[in-house]
Design a protein around this ligand. Structure first.
Ligand code: ADP
Length: 718
């Protein structure tokens, strides 16, 4: 009897073999149910082994009525597993996150008229029969007709209504790409056309859409998608966004253009909607999906275009569970799908810029803002010469500019990438700092909720009235600013102004984000104070002044991308100013006006900054000129984690071009009571670092109490 290998969505080292019972025909990629221990599991046929003896193997139970996984998807899963140094079943688990979507879905029973009309029918019954000309669930039918459910039952008995079964998950409304679009600028039209033609021709083709903030990249995506929908009527398109807060306005643009909304996939989409989306994507019928990074693992039947908006954004890197960078994995997926991929940004990552400079990606440029809008003027405020008053954070220079802007009836955005009121709370008498329990992280004071919160673990407590160490009553003081403290300062300075905070604490639902964006748009807010979530994508036509409270915040720490990230963040924030017909300006408070990232911003010279970054990173072989990885070990017991780290160190073997640092405790040396140790690994570009990490990982064993995680291309160094 033939044998198949079945990949299960579990962290097992490989696919398991099963015998195929007589009468069952199986092909590669088929979705099957197999026994595993005492349970049965759903898996995917990964290999066919017609000539193997299966006499001692368990049989496949059944084949599910679900579209098989195509070759491109299977190759992508194998590639991702190998690259990320993780079992392929772990990647498959990302794809099979909606197991309810497999096989025949839930059905609903609907009542519909049969055409037979009984005699002596009263008004209530007539209402039911008139409504039931289109099939409706019985309860809904009774409700709409304002009758009791007994009447519906009676009509069924009489034969005037019949019950039918229909799947709950219906196909989505088709998109209409022939509707009229907006008129495009020449550079927008050119870019959309080039992308559309690439999709039509087929094959792997990567682009960088390099357009300044406000240049109208969204409109290019819309037109490119329209052309792709027309050119390849059976294929699918995926658009990735870094932040779900951005999806609503973005989705609305596509709905306007195509008459019906695209399919959405992110953490705010409920389970039934996800089940329907998954099913329709697998069937190849959902043609346009807009989602967060995990949408990359949807089982598309045939992808011909992927768009990664704000490709430089750090939130594309997932740092928990499967550690992957969605942009990089999207490029890999596009290769296997032989698809076009567009990476869009005003501040491309160094990795992507270098690929474009080398001609591996085709660069499409949108050189100026759409319409009459101009890029904002940038001023630096040297905090050494223009310091704020004691216990204040806004320099008089910025305060004057705010006063001018408000007097003209325009809006101000103050940016500080720190949630809460104060990042540290300490005792004035004994110096005790309020720390998160079992975690190496300070508690952040939140005044609105009157709590001290750990941003890492979510732990929170009421702020104590006296110091927990020395007992001094009222001894605890707040040190440094967060957005709430800046808001308090702004309210003090401008008592008439309407001040709002835009951070993940104040606007944690998409509805709250929509409300705040709407309030900004209609001018119900004068000063908005925000963390990085305001930096991205929003368009506020009357916002003309952006003040960056602390430009130096991102420059600290041992992260090779610190300068790049600071530059990207600040230019995105500055890019919020003056997006319509009023000129904007951005004022940047810094103690280091000579820093390269800050100078580049001031001079508007992005390419000079990138050139300096290239030199700096090339000199030390940092990514993308070399490769990096991290190996993390975590355990409740400090001695266990140290022993495991020692075992891992002993198992290292020398390889040309590979340098290993550690083990050492990272800056956050304990989280939720788990002690952490870390190795950092750097190699030259020629080394297959994933293969090295996998080989090293196979060389040592640790007790079950110690968790080991490999992170290829780490982005977080905490
Ligand atoms: P980006 O993402 O490049 O920063 P957006 O796509 O947000 O820029 O566009 C900036 C602004 O310009 C938006 O208000 C958008 O509606 C407007 N805009 C861009 N292109 C067009 C166009 N072709 N027609 C009308 N408005 C446009």
């Amino acid at each position: 009897m033939p044998v198949v290998s079945v990949l299960l969505p579990l962290p097992l080292p490989e696919a398991f073999d099963y015998v195929v019972p007589g009468g069952l025909m199986l092909g590669l990629g088929d979705v099957v149910e197999v026994p595993l221990g005492h349970h049965s599991r759903i898996g995917i046929v990964w290999a066919l082994k017609p000539d193997q003896d299966g006499s001692n193997l368990k049989p496949v139970k059944s084949r599910l009525d679900s579209p098989p996984f195509g070759e491109a998807l299977r190759q992508f899963i194998d590639f991702a597993a190998r690259y990320l140094v993780t079992p392929p079943g772990q990647v498959l688990a990302m794809v099979l996150r909606q197991p309810e979507a497999l096989g025949p879905g839930p059905f609903e029973r609907l009542a519909v008229t049969t055409g037979f009309i009984p005699e002596n029918i009263n008004a209530a019954r007539a209402r039911v029969l008139s409504l039931a000309q289109i099939p409706l669930p019985r309860a809904l039918l009774a409700k709409e007709a304002q009758v009791g459910s007994a009447i519906v039952t009676a009509l069924i008995k009489q034969g005037a209504l019949k019950e039918i079964e229909r799947p709950v998950d219906l196909p989505f409304e088709p998109l209409d790409p022939t509707r009229a679009g907006r008129p495009l600028s020449d550079s927008q039209a050119d870019a959309a056309h080039v992308i559309g033609r690439a999709v039509q021709q087929g094959g792997f083709k990567p682009f960088l859409l390099d357009g300044v903030t406000g240049s109208g990249k969204t409109e290019v995506y819309v037109e490119a998608v329209a052309q792709a929908l027309l050119a390849r009527p059976d294929d699918q398109i995926l658009i990735l966004l870094p932040e779900i807060a951005l999806t609503q306005t973005f989705v609305a643009r596509f709905e306007d253009r195509f008459g019906t909304p695209p399919v959405q996939w992110h953490s705010d989409v409920g389970s039934p909607a996800k089940r329907r989306a998954w099913r329709e994507v697998a069937a190849g019928r959902a043609r346009l999906v807009i989602g967060a990074r995990s949408a990359l693992f949807l089982p598309f039947a045939k992808l011909s275009l992927i768009i990664v908006d704000e490709e430089h954004d750090g939130s594309y890197k997932q740092d928990e569970g499967l550690r992957y960078h969605a942009r990089d994995m999207a490029v890999a997926r596009a290769k296997f799908e032989e698809a076009t991929i567009v990476l869009g940004s005003a501040t491309p990552s160094l990795e992507t810029s270098i690929n474009a400079d080398a001609g591996r990606y085709q660069r499409l440029v949108l050189p100026s803002r759409y319409g009459v809008a101009l890029l904002p003027q940038i001023d630096l405020i040297d905090l050494k010469s223009h310091p704020p008053k004691k216990d204040h954070w806004l320099s008089p220079v910025l305060v004057n500019a705010m006063a001018e802007t408000l007097a003209q009836g325009e809006q101000v955005l103050l940016f500080l990438n720190r949630r809460g009121y104060a990042p540290v709370v300490l005792c004035r008498t004994c110096g005790h700092r309020m720390k998160s329990p079992e975690t190496e992280s300070w508690l952040v004071e939140h005044r609105y909720s009157n709590r001290l919160v750990c941003h890492l673990t979510g732990f929170s407590m009421r702020k104590p009235d006296s110091c927990p160490t020395c007992g001094t009553p009222g001894g605890l003081v707040s040190v440094g600013p967060g957005v709430e403290r800046i808001a308090a300062e702004a309210e003090n300075l401008f008592p008439q102004a309407r001040v709002a905070i835009f951070s993940s604490d104040t606007t944690h639902t998409p509805q709250a984000v929509r409300d705040l964006v709407a309030q900004m748009e209609v001018g119900e807010i004068d000063i908005v104070i925000g963390t990085q979530i305001v930096a991205k994508g929003h368009n506020f036509p009357n916002l003309t002044l952006v003040g960056v409270v602390d430009a130096d915040l991102g420059l600290k720490g041992g992260d090779p991308r610190a300068g790049e990230r600071t530059y990207q963040m600040l230019s995105q924030v500055a890019g919020r100013a003056g997006r319509a017909n009023r000129p904007g300006r951005a004022m940047i408070q810094t103690y280091y006006p000579d820093n390269e990232a800050i100078q580049a911003l001031y001079l508007g010279d992005r390419d000079a900054f990138l050139a300096a970054e290239v030199m700096g990173r090339a000199a030390v072989g940092a990514p993308p000129f070399g490769r990096m990885a991290a190996l993390h070990l975590m355990a409740q017991s400090e001695s266990a984690v140290d022993a495991a780290a020692e075992t891992a160190a002993q198992a290292l073997f020398p390889v040309d071009g590979v340098v290993v640092w550690g083990p050492a405790p990272p800056p956050l040396s304990m989280i939720r009571g788990r002690h952490r140790r870390r190795f950092l690994i750097q190699s030259t570009k020629e080394v297959d670092l994933s293969a090295f990490m996998a080989a090293w990982r196979r060389q040592f064993r640790v007790p079950a109490s110690v968790r080991v995680q490999v992170d290829i291309d780490p982005y977080s160094f905490l």
